[in-house]
Every structure is written in C-alpha cells, then in structure tokens.
Ligand binder design. Structure first.
Ligand SMILES: CC(C)(COP(=O)(O)OP(=O)(O)OC[C@H]1O[C@@H](n2cnc3c(N)ncnc32)[C@H](O)[C@@H]1OP(=O)(O)O)[C@@H](O)C(=O)NCCC(=O)NCCS
Length: 72
C-alpha cells in the first residue's frame, strides 16, 4: 500500500517497451488477486483472456499493453 508494486511495474514497462523496444508486455495473475489486477489497470494494461496454469491448473488472467497504449 505504499506504491512500491506500482512503481516497479511502471519501471518494468518503461524498460521493456521503450528501452528494449518490445512490441507488447503481458502480465499474468491468479484469478481473484484483485490487488494485482488493480495495479495492471492503473498502468493501462487491458484484460485479454483467461487461461490455466500449465502445471497446476489454477485459473489465470492475462492483461496486456503495447507501446502506443503505454505512452497514451
Ligand atoms: C499486489 C501487491 C504486489 C501490491 O503491492 P503494493 O506495493 O502494496 O502495491 P501498491 O502500493 O503499488 O498499490 C497500488 C494499487 O494496488 C491496489 N491494491 C493494493 N493493495 C490492495 C488490496 N489489498 N486490495 C485491493 N487492491 C489493492 C490498489 O488499487 C492500489 O492503488 P490505490 O491505492 O490507488 O487504490 C502485493 O499486495 C502482493 O504482493 N500481493 C500478493 C500477490 C501474490 O500473492 N502473488 C503471488 C502470485 S505469484
């Protein structure tokens, strides 16, 4: 609750999209992890799809963002 996760996630997106020039970044969280999802939405990441953990089968949620969306 002191902004650390938001700051770290923002720096990660900056590094990946602007510094390294990746096309897009995805974020994967467990369904029900509202705190992590709030951070993704605040950073402009959009819900993309649900999937399941390949080994443990837990439901997972995928959010994504590209450079244009990040800089908007
Ligand atoms: C999610 C997590 C990374 C947040 O870390 P943090 O440093 O407290 O996050 P921040 O201070 O940057 O929080 C920013 C936003 O997160 C959201 N948030 C934080 N804690 C929250 C909570 N308990 N419930 C709902 N939203 C929450 C809020 O939207 C908050 O923004 P706001 O204050 O403007 O409303 C941390 O709570 C955590 O590690 N949770 C466990 C995740 C986990 O179990 N992962 C295992 C999977 S591998």
């Amino acid at each position: 609750g002191q902004g650390y996760a938001s700051e770290a996630a923002h720096a990660t997106l900056e590094f990946a999209l602007q510094d390294r020039g990746l096309d897009r970044v995805i974020s994967i969280s467990q369904v029900g992890d509202a705190a992590s999802e709030n951070i993704m939405r605040k950073l402009g990441m959009e819900w993309e799809r649900e999937t399941a953990h390949p080994v443990y089968g837990r439901p997972l949620r995928v959010h994504a963002i590209d450079l244009t969306e990040f800089e908007a």
